[in-house]
Write a protein that binds this ligand. Structure first.
Ligand code: SF4
Ligand code: SF4
Ligand code: SF4
Length: 528
């Protein structure tokens, strides 16, 4: 029998609980990142868009996780996964509440455990391969869990009243009645790790000859493995939680290396992969930025007039708080973007940073795509850069007729036509000393027009300014949508409408209702 601390808990169990709580606080999104890293690599491979440097963090992290799991088994699930820890907590709560729990027959249990492989195949084939967008954003219980674990997350009603929240409540209810309900039956990442752990070298042994009629380890196995049938735990379901080792009254459950030592090695290795992934990702991003900046500096002078030289700072909402950046402009070109601070999870943030920052510098524009799996962090960087660029004094060559104005949100520079002779706004040859302007596509007289559209939570009011038949400015007068989502749609939709000079443009993914509301309001203003 193991020596118990505080009369109830052994040293190994106490250590496991401490590691689980620390991991929940420090790396609450680790499970989500692990799965999205595998997804990013898979999608990049099947779409032929594989970019090694941009995926360095994901490659290092995924390779480490899979190698450690292949050697040591699923310590990640037993010790580090915050979603698994949540399952343990609600199982404990159900025990304290003395809930009457169902007995699940071993055949039915075996069948249910296959469900997670079916889900994994569905996710890979339908969501990853065909790109069907279900379970995205707040429709995903993992994402909602990640949002709720941040400080103040419960006050965001869009998250609380979401499909993901409903699914999360279902998982919580299941966890009250079945230990590790989600891990046993539903987790697609658990399915990946189960397959990989088949090769594990770390084996737990329990010679049946010494057991007699005892079935304590089977009764207490976290994953419901019928241990009474086996001498060596080979099941891919085993998450290395060590409950069987701790519960055995005859000290009959052994492992080589010893469970405490194996746990220490596995947890240190798994934690190390977190830091390795981050360091590798940061280094690769720095190298990419340096290479792009070097190629830009060979075109010295080509960007003169775009932006005034200097360093500008800007901020915007990310996933877990504010992201602040400083943007360095040299010879009119965006040459460097430095992240000053962010409240986001480092792994997710680095995933976004590795692709978004080099893309902005290469495009010399913040109008770049977000990174799938790190959408909120991507928006944080993109909008912070836009915010920084909005404070850049625009250099204006004398003959350039297109002046730049900052839109109502203060976020996005946009072209504004001025009634002066211009190669863009064609002057009509005329004997008159006053140049005339070729009319644009909008058949409305010059002036401001108001319109209203329906957003996610209420009306959106806009004012559209028309000059010479062109939409030159769009002002959002009021909206009721959640600021976090609305601000994602606002800048992009205004830019798109200004660029297209019409409302036949795409909506912003992740902020569809707000996008549609803005378009409806603009169409209303234009009488379309
Ligand atoms: S099975 Fe899934 S949810 Fe459960 S601990 Fe493992 S990764 Fe986390
Ligand atoms: S076999 Fe032991 S270590 Fe594996 S899940 Fe069951 S109780 Fe945990
Ligand atoms: S708890 Fe120990 S003695 Fe009991 S069945 Fe398991 S290994 Fe055998």
């Amino acid at each position: 029998m193991k020596k118990k601390l505080f009369h109830k808990i052994t040293a190994l169990t106490l250590t496991r609980r401490i590691i689980q709580i620390a991991s929940l606080i420090l790396f609450p999104g680790l499970f989500l990142y692990s799965f999205s890293a595998i997804k990013s690599i898979y999608v990049a491979l099947i779409t032929g868009t594989f970019n090694g440097p941009a995926l360095t963090g994901q490659l290092v992290f995924t390779a480490s996780l899979l190698i450690i799991t292949a050697i040591m088994g699923r310590f990640f699930c037993g010790f580090l996964c915050a979603f698994g820890t949540m399952g343990d907590f609600f199982w404990y709560l159900g025990t304290k509440l003395k809930l009457k729990r169902p007995k699940i027959g071993s055949r039915f249990d075996r069948l249910l455990k296959k469900l997670k492989y079916v889900l994994l195949i569905f996710v890979v084939l339908v969501i990853w391969t065909l790109g069907v967008s279900i379970l995205e954003g707040t429709a995903n219980p993992w994402t909602v869990f990640g949002m709720l674990t941040k400080f103040g997350g419960w006050t965001d009603m869009d998250t609380v009243l979401s499909l993901g929240m409903l699914l999360l409540l279902f998982i919580i209810a299941g966890s009250l009645y079945i230990e590790r309900f989600f891990c046993r039956y539903l987790c697609p990442l658990g399915a990946v790790l189960a397959i990989v752990s088949k090769t594990r070298l770390f084996k737990i042994r329990k010679p049946r000859a010494k057991c007699g009629p005892c079935r304590a380890c089977t009764k207490h196995c976290t994953m419901g493995i019928p241990l009474y049938r086996t001498n060596v735990v080979k099941s891919a379901e085993c998450i290395d939680c060590m409950s069987c080792v701790e519960i055995c009254p005859r000290d009959n459950v052994r492992a080589n290396p010893k469970p405490a030592f194996a746990t220490a090695v596995a947890v240190v290795a798994l934690t190390g992969m977190y830091f390795e992934g981050n360091i590798a990702s940061n280094q690769a991003t720095e190298r990419q930025i340096a290479a792009i900046a070097a190629s830009l500096s060979t075109k010295q002078g080509a960007y003169a007039g775009a932006y005034s030289d200097g360093t500008y700072t800007g901020s915007a909402d990310g996933y877990h708080g504010t992201t602040s950046v400083s943007v360095t402009v040299t010879e009119g070109a965006i040459m460097d973007i430095h992240v000053v601070s962010t409240g986001d999870d480092t792994l997710f943030f680095n995933q976004a940073k590795a692709q978004v920052i080099p893309a902005i510098i290469a495009a010399q524009s913040a109008e770049v795509d977000t990174v799938s799996g790190a959408t909120f962090s991507s928006f944080g960087i993109i909008n912070a850069v836009k915010n920084a660029l909005s404070s850049v004094p625009q250099q204006q060559p004398e003959s350039d007729p297109v002046s730049f104005a900052v839109d109502s949100s203060g976020e996005t520079p946009m072209p504004q036509l001025t009634p002066s002779p211009s190669p863009v706004v064609m002057p009509t040859p005329s004997p008159s000393p006053t140049p005339t302007i070729q009319p644009g596509p909008i058949s409305l007289a010059d002036g401001d027009y108001s319109g209203t559209g329906r957003g996610h939570k209420g009306n959106i009011d806009v004012t559209v300014t028309i000059v010479n038949g062109f939409i030159t400015k769009i002002n959002i007068d009021q909206y009721r949508d959640t600021k976090k989502y609305f601000s994602r749609a606002e800048g992009k939709m205004i830019d798109r409408v200004l660029g297209a000079q019409g409302v036949n443009v795409d909506t912003v993914s992740g902020a569809t209702h707000s996008s549609e509301g803005i378009l409806e309001a603009i169409a209303d203003a234009l009488g379309l």
